[in-house]
Design a protein around this ligand. Structure first.
Ligand SMILES: NC(=O)C1=CN([C@@H]2O[C@H](COP(=O)(O)OP(=O)(O)OC[C@H]3O[C@@H](n4cnc5c(N)ncnc54)[C@H](OP(=O)(O)O)[C@@H]3O)[C@@H](O)[C@H]2O)[C@@H](O)CC1
Ligand SMILES: Nc1ncnc2c1ncn2[C@@H]1O[C@H](COP(=O)(O)OP(=O)(O)O)[C@@H](O)[C@H]1O
Ligand SMILES: [K+]
Length: 517
């Protein structure tokens, strides 16, 4: 089964930590020591020659981790400066602070004391998962300055100011880390929105909490009930997470014939190139047959691929008739279709209740016709980019536009999940952080920070085609959309710079070979 790595919310992380401590098998102090040791270890791994480091320690337990890092790097021969606050933190952090004070001083946590030498390392231990309101005064000023420094910045849990549930910053200007070390599990904010870019490389350090991970949503070992907000189960999906069953399903059995792999119809319209891109991708991803359906009779067919079938489909009745063929296993409407044509063809298309990708103009048609909303069903996959999402769900988008005043902030994950629940369909919200949300409170995130060449016209049409091909082959909408996003990004990654949308389908064989299909 396609799965990926589970991502936790901050509340879940706290529940796990609290369950571990309630068990009596580990103390908060021990967890903090392990956290600090993991961070210091990662720093020494990447900067083996001891240098100069400034550790910025905040008012809570994130700061506590910072004092441990300071102590451990000092012991390893680093020249350590610590900037901190005068407050008395919780008992664990207070103890770690005292241990540091036996070694060296704590300078005020002020912007003018940031290092001036460009090579000095900075460790950001100001705020972690406990940040719930925008930083103010001196700390806000320091974070503003920190956003400008060019020194390598290592963040503990996250760059300070980030809301780890949403990936959005509660501060106006945000620091950027080259390396972030987080504990036990990835949190949503490491993977989406600004967090994806600002965390740099993210390392998940094992601090011995996995045994208590099952308490992320439930009652603690001491019987106390942990009431957590309603939680979407979300996973980070990477190519390396693909399991043998999925790989087998992506391959083709020697005993199969073309109809075993399904028949996809791709509706073409005023901009036929877009639909052809989708069709080529559906073929490449292994649909047995792909038929392109233009609105004019296809008299002259000069355009490749020759493997593509053509069928004239003009009126809504033609659509209804085409879908009576039970060998048609998936449909794609939207790329280059034209809004009017999409609006006319959607009622019979949706009435057939078969697997169906709705992209581009189909999404625009739905946005303006409430009747189409009601016809959506759980065989559909909606694939909006941010602009299309805003047209479909203006209220959800509005909630993402302001700088949030409190954490946990409303996130792209929340928005995609709410949209999937409202429409009763699987929804894929495109971006460097593509979110695939199912109406049954499941979501997956596919990140592709390293594929900027996907920002090219037609890339989305290819994605729609890949998903349609996978639907035609029998993958369920959630898996088809998730795998589609993975294959799409990997194709772009393998091609690299210079990519145009036409190149993407033809990279799919290489992606499959690399995956071991
Ligand atoms: N969970 C785990 O498994 C483990 C967690 N560990 C570590 O603990 C970290 C979480 O610690 P945490 O809960 O103490 O929160 P943290 O991020 O230090 O910030 C809270 C402090 O900031 C303050 N504060 C908040 N907003 C503010 C503002 N705008 N301006 C100014 N102050 C503000 C807030 O004050 P208060 O709101 O209470 O007034 C409080 O004092 C976590 O990220 C990880 O590094 C590891 O040690 C062990 C394993
Ligand atoms: N900078 C980027 N980094 C990674 N992926 C991107 C980037 N820009 C766009 N993409 C991806 O490329 C595709 C573009 O889709 P879309 O905006 O619908 O394009 P079009 O309408 O031109 O086909 C989406 O899958 C999106 O996630
Ligand atoms: K931090």
């Amino acid at each position: 089964m396609l799965k990926g790595t589970e991502i936790l919310s901050c509340a879940q992380m706290r529940a796990i930590e609290s369950a571990a401590m309630a068990s009596g098998e580990v103390t908060g102090l021990e967890l903090m020591e392990r956290a600090g040791r993991a961070v210091a270890g990662q720093i020494r791994l990447r900067w083996p020659k001891p240098g100069r480091v400034t550790v910025l320690c905040g008012p809570g337990n994130n700061g506590g981790d910072g004092y441990v890092v300071a102590r451990r790097l000092h012991r390893a021969g680093w020249r350590v400066r610590v900037l901190g606050l005068e407050n008395t933190p919780g008992p664990d952090a207070a103890k770690m602070k005292r241990l540091w004070q036996e070694i060296g001083p704590i300078l005020p946590l002020e912007a003018n004391l940031l290092p001036t030498a460009p090579d000095d390392l900075i460790v950001d231990a100001i705020f972690g998962i406990g940040l719930t309101r925008p930083p103010e005064d001196a700390i806000a000023a320091l974070l503003t300055q920190l956003a400008d420094v060019t020194n390598p910045l290592v963040a503990i849990d996250c760059p300070s100011g980030l809301c780890l549930d949403s990936g959005r910053f509660l501060s106006q200007i945000a620091p950027r880390a080259v390396l972030t070390i987080t504990f036990d599990s990835l949190k949503t904010g490491h993977l989406i929105d600004a967090g994806l870019e600002h965390c740099g490389k993210v390392i998940v350090a094992d601090i011995g909490l996995s045994h208590w991970r099952r308490y992320r949503q439930a009652t603690r070992p001491d019987g106390k009930d942990v009431t957590l907000p309603r939680r979407i189960t979300s996973h980070h999906l990477r190519i390396s997470d693909l399991d043998p069953d999925t790989m087998q399903q992506l391959g083709k059995q020697s005993s199969a014939h073309k109809f075993s792999h399904g028949h996809a119809l791709i509706i073409s319209g005023m901009a036929p190139g877009a639909a052809r891109l989708s069709a080529r991708a559906a073929l490449r991803v292994g649909a047995g047959l792909v038929t392109l359906c233009p609105e004019e009779p296809p008299l002259d067919i000069p355009t490749p691929p020759d493997a593509l079938m053509r069928r004239w489909l003009d009126e809504p009745e033609d659509m209804a008739h085409a879908l009576q063929d039970t060998r048609v296993t998936a449909l794609c409407i939207g790329p280059g279709c034209g809004i009017d044509r999409a609006a006319a063809l959607l009622p019979p298309a949706l009435a057939a209740r078969g697997p169906c990708v709705l992209d581009a103009d189909a999404l625009s048609a739905i946005a303006i016709d409430p009747n189409l909303w009601d016809a959506l069903h759980d065989g559909c996959v909606l694939t909006p980019h941010g602009g299309e999402f805003a047209r479909l769900f203006p209220d959800l988008t509005r909630r993402l536009s302001d700088i949030p005043a409190t954490g946990p902030a409303w996130s792209r994950l929340d928005a995609a999940q709410e949209a999937a629940a409202r429409s009763g369909t699987c929804l894929l919200l495109k971006g460097r952080d593509t979110i695939i949300a199912a109406p049954f409170e499941q979501a997956r995130i596919v990140t592709s920070l390293d594929t900027p060449w996907l920002a090219t016209a037609g890339a989305g049409d290819v994605l729609a085609g890949i998903i349609t091909g996978l639907l035609a082959r029998g993958f369920n909408p959630f898996d088809a959309a998730s795998l589609g996003a993975l294959i799409h990004a990997q194709a772009a990654r393998l091609f690299g710079p210079g990519l145009i949308a036409d190149d993407l389908p033809d990279m799919i064989p290489q992606v499959f070979r690399q995956m071991g299909v």
